[in-house]
Design a protein around this ligand. Structure first.
Ligand SMILES: Cc1cc2nc3c(=O)[nH]c(=O)nc-3n(C[C@H](O)[C@H](O)[C@H](O)COP(=O)(O)OP(=O)(O)OC[C@H]3O[C@@H](n4cnc5c(N)ncnc54)[C@H](O)[C@@H]3O)c2cc1C
Length: 268
């Protein structure tokens, strides 16, 4: 019997300076360099390791929701060793909050067929809510294991995993299908090999629209989202810094300046 794993990956801006449209409260994606969400690399690696340990009896699919350029994130996961990739995309999905995102992803997972494990990252570096994984599990009505730092064993229809809890770890058992969100501690993600990159470049990423995933249009995108970012405020940085360079003066003068600086700005 084949063990079917689906990994959820999100494409995020390759910057901490996420720009938000103050009118709509949604992210301004245009002209931003984008990467696979760094936390999702751990989920991809976990899936690929299960595949390596169990050979051809494991099939790993990657699923993302986002603009067409998010196919790059799906390809990166394939380059790391996943078998195939899917992208939920279309203007109907734009502006989705966590609820609408999880709804669409759960619908997508359902049309992909039978599955045993859904793996996702702890959180995305842009939205940072950490809600999507558990919400997908809720839509699919399956057990959810969060903060997983290790997969101990997969026995028939059961999985035993280690969760990070305050002050320690707990070993938990769940029936499959199950949704698992992983923490960084679980592994060290590999770099894609050249062969993997070639395979990823040639892979066909199937793009799914609302009709393909049997989604109700009124539950998608900004209009289908029950939450709204109502205000964005950027912190004012009040600290002032000074770079003291030895290029323009002696080391002694620089050290004196460094010693005096905290006094000048009243830190000491
Ligand atoms: C600054 C900012 C603040 C926001 N605040 C909110 C808010 O308070 N409430 C709200 O509902 N929405 C909010 N959003 C919108 C939010 O980014 C989107 O709903 C997003 O699609 C999912 O939420 P997240 O980024 O928090 O993902 P998280 O829940 O942090 O992601 C957890 C994991 O779920 C998977 N995942 C998440 N999104 C996708 C995807 N599109 N495709 C595939 N896998 C995915 C990944 O494995 C990821 O590691 C905010 C966005 C921004 C930029």
């Amino acid at each position: 019997m084949v063990l079917r794993i689906i990994v959820l990956v999100k494409q995020v801006p390759a910057t901490e300076n996420v720009k938000i449209d103050e009118e709509t409260g949604t992210m301004v994606r245009s002209a931003m360099e984008a990467v696979i969400n760094p936390f999702d690399l751990y989920a991809v690696e976990a899936a690929v390791r299960i595949k390596e340990q169990n050979g051809e009896d494991v099939q790993v699919s990657v699923l993302s929701m986002g603009p067409l350029m998010a196919a790059d994130a799906v390809r990166e996961a394939i380059a790391m060793g996943c078998d195939e990739g899917f992208l939920i995309s279309g203007k109907e999905f734009a502006g989705s909050d966590t609820w609408a995102t999880a709804y669409a992803l759960a619908k997508g997972i359902t049309v992909l067929g039978e599955f045993d494990i859904v793996l996702c990252g702890e959180r995305a570096t842009d939205g940072e809510t950490g809600q999507v994984g558990p919400m997908v599990g809720t839509f699919l009505d399956i057990p959810v294991l969060t903060y997983v730092s290790g997969i101990d064993r997969i026995n028939g229809e059961e999985i035993v995993a280690c969760r990070v809890i305050e002050g320690g770890y707990e070993l938990v058992q769940a029936n499959m299908p199950v949704l698992i969100s992983v923490v960084k501690e679980i592994n060290e993600p590999r770099l894609p090999t050249l062969a993997g990159k070639i395979q990823a470049r040639e892979a066909k990423i199937l793009v799914l629209d609302p009709a393909d995933i049997n989604a109700e249009n009124e539950k998608l995108g900004l209009s289908g989202s029950p939450t709204r970012v109502v205000k964005i405020a950027y912190p004012t940085i009040t600290r002032t810094g000074e770079i003291v360079s030895v290029e323009n003066s002696s080391v002694e003068t620089c050290v004196e300046r460094l010693v005096d600086f905290p006094k000048a700005v009243e830190i000491l």
